[in-house]
Design a protein around this ligand. Structure first.
Ligand code: ADP
Length: 969
């Protein structure tokens, strides 16, 4: 390249012209500088610059080319065309290329010149191959290039030319252009700096705005604003800051993506879709990074869903929890709580990094809000659950029947439930010390001994004793005595120090009561078993059983009835507790109503008893109304043995003094029911009684059979004795008869007339006598038999007993040898008359006198006395008393009660050689009885002191009054 600078001759004109030009130039420069300084708007500055330069330098076109940071090439920036010479079509074409083309000025040769010299004059740019394109497109021929240099850096360049022509530039022009260039460079630099400052400020403002937006969302999140509010706010900021056309936030609920916030309110919020059906969303959610998707790239179902939500091209921003994900790492859908959709109508929109970062920050806040909301919901649920559990536990704690109290080491009650308060007798909320309530409510041992406070189980636990199942009794505020069982457990803290004591109280009052009842029941049954074991009589057993039952079950009255299977009836065995027999009979009669009810009456009680069940006879158990049993309280207990009904024990607890089941109750009468325990006791006792009765029956039968056997043996013995005795009795007379007969035969064989008759007569007399004896014996047997069978018939006639006695004594006196018999009746005002059978009366007297003779082997007097005596309980009537006494062998004391029994003979009678069959006195006593009289014997039992037989008969008194003799009065 060559440059040519015009030189001039130093003439005055020239000088003056030069000065004028310089003046104008400096004026122009000053003016331009002012103009340029008046604005910081680069565009305006460049417009002024180019326009003024064309004017000042008298050229048709001035263009400005600027460099962008650090680049060598110049971009076409502004130009001004002052000529009309170029046709409009060309201008428009060049204009379009200037504004929209990518033409750069990057000719290195020219650029270097420009660097070095600051100004370059090009004669014809079209000649420069590297700039040829520019030259052609912009119609550049000759051109002056002026560097816009500032502080050593070239900011750009200014080109001055006349389009499509070659020309020259004067030195002035060049200087002016250079000067303008300097001013322009300053102004451009300032404007650029200003522009940069402005851009920085705007950037800062934008950042602040975004930060504020994020902060607002964060504050809302932290403040616990409702999730939808937070989401609406976040979406609003997203849409605004990104300059978007709308947006949606949808949350992931399991697999579903559900819309929560929408900028277009008319859209349904209920739009939801499975994430797996939305590939773009799924990709963004699973990678955890925002993506920009275009509607046309979406699959049809996803596009439809987008369309339904009013979305087209979108930035999809996943709401990721935790730290933002570094690019390239893989997130899981689990960490994504939803997606924000920021919609852009422009499919070519490209979001800046800052926008993406902002969107991510907002999305992170959203994720935080979702997490917080879920956490809060979880917390809420957990709190509700915990609260519910706590309430339930507290309810359980309070509802426990076991009393729980927790004490600290000092005995201060820390916590207790209602039951414990109840047991300890203190209000639920009071924090009384152990000692205090023990003073208020003293405790006792189970043997009712006062328990000193220091011996109370809790006090002992505090001293380190182990308390397990200890019982004590106490009277609480309700005045009821309670038996409490307590266990104490020591609770250790983490350092194994005992920190508190948990005591569990259990009300065992009822249990103890049951134990006592059980003991009582057992004792009652043992007593019954004990009492019954020593007895053999059913009556004795039942008396003792009834008494024990009455006292055990606190009843006043009771009866025992025997059951007879054959006639299916109950008969009274014994009764207890009745005022008199009449009351007893009336009571028993009343019980027939239920025990043997008539047809059509209530059979239930009897049926139960017959089935063997203890039955309470009371209104409650009687179905019909009106109820006859409402005032009775009786317990009927069957006495059984092996399902065999033996009897019935009925005990009565009806109101005192009311024996009638039908009578109306006394005022305020109270029926004490039979408890299940009492029923059990009664049944137990009845069972034992059944066994005892059965045993007694066995014993009785054993004894009976033993005694029957003994009696049989006795009878057999007596029969043997009787046979022996009868044979003996019969043998003597029969042998006498036999001898008499033989003798008579012999006498007849001798045939001596004179001897025969008297001898035969003698023998016949003997035979007759012996036969009479035999007949008497047979009569005696017959009499005894008739008496026994009640067949003996007596004649009834008036008999003079004195005469009969005299006759008997006289008859026997003739027979008796060596013995005297006397009859001495006491003098009486009337004869000894009786109504009776004279033969039998004679028999009585004869028998007694004969015995007196028979049992007096050594002789001795036999006396018969007779007298009138007053009748025992009827002084106005009198009896005849006859006494036969002897001085014979007497009767032993032990034999006296038996001598009037059949076949009885005293031991000493056998020794006396006196014969007899032991029927005489039996017949005598029976005959006397049949006559309305009686007999007894008296004897010391000593040999020689004899016996006295005294009998009495009712005296027959005729008209005259009996007057006792003086001597007997
Ligand atoms: P027996 O035929 O044996 O005399 P009794 O019935 O007459 O029968 O008398 C019964 C018993 O009473 C006699 O066996 C005898 O032991 C006793 N007994 C009766 N009378 C007397 C009497 N007078 N003296 C002593 N014992 C007598």
């Amino acid at each position: 390249m060559s440059s040519e600078i015009a030189s001039s001759s130093s003439t005055d004109d020239q000088e003056r012209l030069r000065l004028l030009a310089a003046l104008r130039e400096s004026e122009l420069i000053r003016e331009l500088a002012e103009l340029l300084a008046s604005s910081l708007d680069l565009e305006r500055i460049l417009q002024i610059l180019t326009k003024r330069t064309t004017e000042a330098c008298a050229i048709e076109r001035c263009s400005v080319w600027l460099r962008t940071d650090g680049q060598a090439a110049f971009h076409p920036t502004t130009y001004h065309l002052s000529t009309q010479r170029i046709d409009a079509q060309h201008v428009r074409a060049a204009d379009a290329i200037w504004q929209h083309g990518r033409v750069l000025f990057d000719d290195p040769e020219l650029l270097q010149c420009l660097e070095e010299q600051g100004i370059v004059l090009v004669d014809d740019l079209r000649a420069h191959p590297r700039s040829q394109e520019i030259a052609e497109k912009f119609l550049v021929g000759s051109v002056l290039l002026v560097a816009l240099k500032r502080e050593g850096h070239i900011l750009g360049m200014m080109s001055l030319d006349d389009p499509d022509s070659t020309r020259t530039f004067s030195l002035e022009q060049q200087q002016l252009a250079r000067a303008i260039g300097q001013q322009a460079a300053r102004a451009i630099d300032n404007a650029r700096l200003y522009e940069q400052a402005q851009a920085e400020r705007r950037r800062a403002e934008r950042l602040i705005e975004r930060a504020q937006a994020i902060n607002q969302v964060a504050v809302a999140v932290n403040a616990g604003e409702p999730l939808t509010n937070v989401m609406d706010m976040a979406l609003h900021h997203l849409v605004q800051a990104l300059g978007s056309d709308g947006g949606v936030i949808a949350l992931l609920e399991g697999e579903m993506l559900r819309v929560i916030s929408h900028t277009k309110q008319q859209r349904s919020m209920g739009e939801h879709k499975k994430l797996s059906e939305l590939p773009a969303c799924l990709q963004s959610a699973s990678r955890g990074i925002p993506v920009f998707v275009k509607a046309r790239d979406l699959t049809e179902p996803e596009r439809q869903w987008f369309r339904a939500l009013g979305l087209g091209n979108c930035i999809l921003v996943p709401l990721m929890g935790g730290k933002s994900r570094a690019e390239g790492t893989v997130a899981t859908v689990d960490q994504c709580s939803g997606l924000a959709f920021v919609d852009f109508r422009d499919p070519d929109y490209i979001p800046t990094r800052g926008q993406i970062a902002f969107a991510q920050d907002i999305a992170a806040q959203c994720a935080l809000a979702v997490a917080k909301d879920r956490l809060l919901a979880d917390l809420h649920t957990a709190a509700e659950l915990a609260n519910e559990r706590a309430n339930t536990l507290d309810a359980v704690f309070q509802a426990m029947t076991e009393g729980i109290a927790v004490m600290d080491e000092n005995g201060d009650v820390l916590v207790r439930n209602r039951a414990a308060s109840h047991f300890l007798g203190i209000p639920v909320n009071s924090k009384q010390r152990l000692g205090t309530f023990l003073q208020q409510f003293p405790t006792y041992t189970l043997h009712e001994q006062p328990l000193p406070p220091e011996a109370f189980p809790l006090a002992r636990a505090l001293r380190g004793e182990r308390i397990r199942g200890e019982r004590f009794s106490t009277i609480r505020s309700d005045r009821e005595k309670r038996v409490i069982e307590v266990n104490v457990t020591r609770v250790h803290d983490e350092n194994q120090h005992s920190s508190s004591y948990v005591s569990a109280f259990h009300d065992i009052t009822e249990q103890v009561r049951v134990e006592e009842r059980f003991q009582k029941a057992l004792q009652a049954m043992l007593d019954v078993a004990d009492a019954a074991s020593g007895m053999t009589g059913v009556g004795d057993i039942m008396t003792s059983v009834l008494e024990l039952t009455l006292s055990t079950l606190d009843c006043e009255r009771g009866v025992v009835q025997k059951y007879n299977l054959e006639d299916n009836a109950f008969t009274l065995l014994l009764a207890s507790g009745f005022a008199d027999e009449e009351a007893e009979a009336r009571w028993i009669e009343e019980q027939r109503n239920w025990l043997t009810p008539d047809a059509g009456c209530y059979q239930g009680f009897r049926e139960q008893i017959m089935d063997g069940h203890a039955t309470v006879i009371n209104a409650g158990h009687y179905p019909d109304q009106p109820n006859p049993y409402q005032h009775s309280m009786m317990l009927a207990v069957p006495i059984k043995h092996k399902d065999r009904l033996l009897g019935l024990m009925t005990i009565d607890r009806s109101t005192h003094g009311q024996t009638s089941v039908f009578s109306s109750p006394k005022e305020g009468a109270f029926l004490q029911e039979f408890t299940i325990w009492e029923l059990a006791i009664a049944e137990g006792i009845a069972q034992i009684a059944g066994v005892a009765i059965e045993q007694a029956n066995w014993q009785y039968e054993a004894i009976e059979s033993r005694s029957r056997e003994a009696a049989m043996r006795d009878t057999n013995r007596m029969k043997d004795e009787f046979l022996a005795m009868a044979a003996h009795e019969f043998r003597s007379p029969l042998s006498v008869i036999q001898i008499h007969c033989q003798m008579a035969q012999r006498t007849m064989q001798k045939n001596t007339e004179e001897d025969t008759l008297p001898r035969i007569r003698e023998h016949l007399t003997g035979i007759v006598g012996q036969t009479r004896l035999l007949t008497n014996i047979v009569h005696t047997f017959l009499d005894a038999s008739n008496i026994r069978e009640g067949k003996l018939v007596l004649k009834t006639e008036l008999v003079n007993l004195g005469e009969i006695a005299q006759q008997v004594v006289d008859d026997l006196a003739t027979i008796a040898q060596n013995q005297t018999i006397s009859y001495t009746p006491l003098p009486s005002d009337c004869p000894y008359l009786v109504m009776g059978d004279s033969e039998r009366l004679q028999e009585i007297l004869a028998n007694l006198v004969q015995n007196a003779l028979k049992y007096s082997p050594r002789g001795g007097a036999v006396t018969v006395t007779m007298q009138h005596v007053p009748a025992e309980n009827e002084p106005t009537r009198r009896h005849i008393e006859v006494c036969i006494s002897d001085q014979g062998i007497g009767i032993p004391q032990d034999a006296l009660p038996h001598i009037f029994e059949r076949f009885y003979r005293a031991a000493n009678s056998a020794d006396s050689q006196a014969k007899g069959i032991g029927l005489g006195l039996y017949i005598v006593a029976e005959l006397l009885r049949l006559h309305g009289g009686s007999i007894h014997a008296e004897s010391s039992g000593l040999q020689g002191e004899g016996s006295r037989f005294i009998f009495t008969l009712p005296a027959f008194i005729e008209a005259q009054q009996f007057v006792a003799p003086e001597t007997n009065a």
